[in-house]
Design a protein around this ligand. Structure first.
Ligand SMILES: NC(=O)c1ccc[n+]([C@@H]2O[C@H](COP(=O)([O-])OP(=O)(O)OC[C@H]3O[C@@H](n4cnc5c(N)ncnc54)[C@H](O)[C@@H]3O)[C@@H](O)[C@H]2O)c1
Length: 503
C-alpha cells in the first residue's frame, strides 16, 4: 500500500463544499430536572479516553452510561473498568450515532483521533448533547468555525480539552501578566522539546482485527484494510491525514497559553514555518530509512500578530545537553524534555513549566514567585452544562478554534513548501523578515545546532523553508494564496461530510 500522497491530502475545498450534507434540523435537548445525574457517553476510549472516564467518574453529578469505540476490545475493556468503578456497566457501541440517539445521554465527551473531532461534535450537538472535545478541537480551520456556529445555533455547551484553562496555576499567572507583573509583554515562546522516536518504517501493516476500520477512517480517505504505520493507535498523530504532528498535538496546549497570556483573541496576520521530519536516518543508522510519519518532527513556526508575536518550537529529537543556555536557565534544567511557554516581559519572565506550575523569573534568572494548582476542567464543563451559561466555560469553542488554528496555520506553511529544502543561508535570509519580536537568527541557529547535535547531515537532509502566509482575520482565508486556501478544509468521504449547521 502506498502512503497517502499530498495531492490526496490537499484535494480541493470545492469538492468537499459540494459534498456537504444538510441535516435538516437539530434534535432538542431533553429537559433536565434539578439535581438529576447527567448521563455521559465517552467516544474514543483508549489513551486519553481513560482520563475522561476518571474525570467524569470523579464528579458525582455525572454517570458514564455509554462507551463508544470502533475498537471493540478497547470499548469492552473500558466498560469492564467502569462497571467496577461505578457499579453499573455502560452500554458499548462502535457507532457513535447509536449512543447519540439515547435520551439517557446528556453529555458527549470525545477523545477520538483528531480527524473525527469536529464531525463527532457536530453530530452530538445536533442530537441535543453538550460536548467536551479534545484538543485540537478541529483537524482544519473550517471545522473549528463550524463548531462555534453549531454551539451557538443549538444552544449547546462546547468545551475544548485544553485543561490548562482551568489550572489553578495558570489562571493567576495569566492575570499576573495582564496586570503588568513582568512589565510590557508582547512576545511568548511555546516549546515542545519532547523526544519522539521514529514510529517505524513506512510499510503495509494490518489493521487490528477488533477495529471497524471504516468507522475509524470516518471523514478521511479509507485506505485498503492496511495502514502504513506499525502501531495502529496513537501513532496516527504523525500522519497528517488523521493527526496534526506535535504542532497540533502538544502545540494546542502551549499556543493556547501563549495566546491567553498575550491577550490575543484573533488569528495571526503572518505565519512562517521551517523544519522537517529529520534525524531518523541517523537514529536508525540507515541513510535510506523512511519513517511512516509525514508531519514535521522539528519545526519553528513564527506567528506575527502585528503588535505581538508567538513562536512555537517543536523538537522531536534528543533534547539533552542542547545548547539553549537561556531556555535551560528559565526552565531550571539542562537535561530532559522541556514543554512549556516563556513569556518575555520588559521586567522579567513568566515560565509555564507544567500544567500545574508557573514561575515568575527575574532578569537574573532567579525565581521570584510561583503559582501552583490543579486543573478542574471537567468540573468547569459540568458547571456550565448545569447552569446553561456558556460564558462559564473556561475553554469554549472559540478559544479551541483560535488555538487549534495556530497549529493548522503553522502546518499549512510547512506542508505547502515541504519540498523547498534550502541552505542555512537561505533560511537565515527568510527568517530575518519574519518578525521583529524574536531574535530570529538566534532561534534558527539553535535549531540547526540541535539538528546537527542529533547527527543530521544538513547538506544531505536540508531543512524546508515553508511559505510566508498572510491571513485575513475577518474572512478566515489566506490573502492571495489559493493553494493555502485549499488546506482550510479537506475532502470528506461520502457519508462523513460535515453537516450544515441549520437553525
Ligand atoms: N488534553 C490532553 O492533555 C490530551 C492528552 C492526550 C491526548 N489528547 C487528545 O485525545 C485524543 C485521543 O488521543 P489518544 O492518544 O487517546 O489516541 P488513541 O489512538 O490512543 O485513542 C483513540 C481511540 O479512539 C478510537 N476511535 C477512533 N475513531 C473512533 C470513532 N469514530 N468512534 C469511536 N472511537 C473511535 C480508537 O479506536 C482509539 O481507541 C487526541 O485528539 C489527542 O490530541 C489530549
Amino acid at each position: 500500500m502506498k502512503r497517502l500522497n499530498r495531492r490526496q491530502f490537499t484535494s480541493l475545498a470545492a469538492a468537499s463544499a459540494a459534498a456537504t450534507a444538510v441535516v435538516s434540523s437539530s434534535r432538542p435537548a431533553r429537559a433536565i430536572a434539578a439535581n438529576e445525574v447527567l448521563g455521559v457517553a465517552i467516544v474514543g476510549a483508549n489513551g486519553r479516553g481513560g482520563d475522561h472516564i476518571n474525570g467524569f467518574h470523579a464528579d458525582k453529578r455525572t454517570e458514564i452510561r455509554a462507551i463508544v469505540d470502533v475498537d471493540s476490545a478497547v470499548g469492552n475493556k473500558r466498560a469492564d473498568q467502569i462497571e467496577k468503578m461505578q457499579g453499573r456497566r455502560p452500554e458499548v457501541f462502535t457507532d457513535m450515532r447509536k449512543a447519540f440517539e439515547l435520551d439517557s445521554i446528556d453529555i458527549v465527551s470525545t477523545a477520538t483521533p483528531n480527524h473525527w473531532h469536529a464531525l463527532c461534535g457536530l453530530w452530538a450537538m445536533q442530537a441535543g448533547k453538550d460536548v467536551y472535545i479534545e484538543k485540537p478541537i478541529s483537524h482544519n480551520i473550517t471545522e473549528g468555525r463550524m463548531l462555534i456556529e453549531a454551539a451557538k445555533k443549538y444552544g449547546r455547551m462546547c468545551q475544548t480539552g485544553t485543561q490548562c484553562r482551568s489550572s489553578g496555576a495558570l489562571r493567576p499567572a495569566m492575570e499576573f501578566i495582564a496586570a503588568g507583573g513582568i512589565g510590557d509583554c508582547n512576545f511568548a515562546r511555546g516549546l515542545c522539546y519532547k523526544r519522539r522516536k521514529s514510529i517505524g518504517a513506512i510499510g503495509d501493516y494490518p489493521v487490528p482485527k477488533n477495529v471497524d476500520f471504516d468507522m475509524w477512517s470516518g471523514p478521511a480517505t479509507m485506505t485498503d484494510p492496511k495502514v502504513t504505520r506499525q502501531q495502529f493507535h496513537y501513532d496516527w498523530h504523525w500522519q497528517r491525514h488523521y493527526g496534526n504532528g506535535d504542532l497540533g498535538n502538544q502545540g494546542p496546549h502551549q499556543t493556547d497559553i501563549a495566546r491567553w497570556g498575550l491577550g490575543l483573541m484573533r488569528h495571526p496576520e503572518t505565519i512562517l514555518s521551517y523544519g522537517g521530519r529529520l534525524g531518523y536516518q541517523a537514529e536508525r543508522k540507515d541513510p535510506n530509512y523512511i519513517d511512516a510519519g509525514d508531519t514535521a518532527n522539528t519545526c519553528v513556526s513564527i506567528y506575527d500578530y502585528g503588535d505581538k508575536c508567538i513562536v512555537f518550537e517543536t523538537r522531536g529529537l534528543g533534547v539533552d545537553d542542547s545548547a539553549d543556555e537561556e531556555i535551560n536557565k528559565l526552565f531550571m534544567a539542562t537535561r530532559g524534555n522541556k514543554v512549556g511557554v516563556i513569556f518575555y516581559g520588559s521586567d522579567g519572565y513568566v515560565v509555564q513549566e507544567s500544567y500545574s506550575r508557573c514561575l515568575v523569573v527575574d532578569k537574573d534568572f532567579n525565581i521570584v514567585k510561583e503559582f501552583k494548582g490543579g486543573q478542574p476542567h471537567y468540573e468547569n464543563f459540568i458547571d456550565a452544562v448545569i447552569s446553561r451559561n456558556a460564558a462559564e466555560l473556561n475553554a469554549d469553542a472559540t478559544q479551541g478554534h483560535l488555538s487549534a488554528a495556530i497549529s493548522h496555520l503553522g502546518n499549512i506553511s510547512y506542508y505547502l513548501k515541504e519540498d523547498n529544502r534550502v541552505s542555512p543561508k537561505e533560511l537565515s535570509d527568510a527568517v530575518a523578515k519574519a518578525s521583529k519580536f524574536d531574535d530570529n537568527q538566534a532561534t534558527l541557529e539553535r535549531t540547526l545546532k540541535h539538528l546537527t547535535d542529533n547527527g543530521v547531515d544538513l547538506d544531505k537532509y536540508p531543512v524546508s523553508l515553508g511559505a510566508m502566509l498572510k491571513f485575513d482575520n475577518e474572512t478566515e482565508k489566506f490573502i492571495d494564496n489559493p493553494a493555502a486556501d485549499q488546506l482550510l478544509t479537506r475532502e470528506y468521504r461520502p457519508g462523513f461530510e460535515l453537516p450544515k449547521v441549520t437553525a
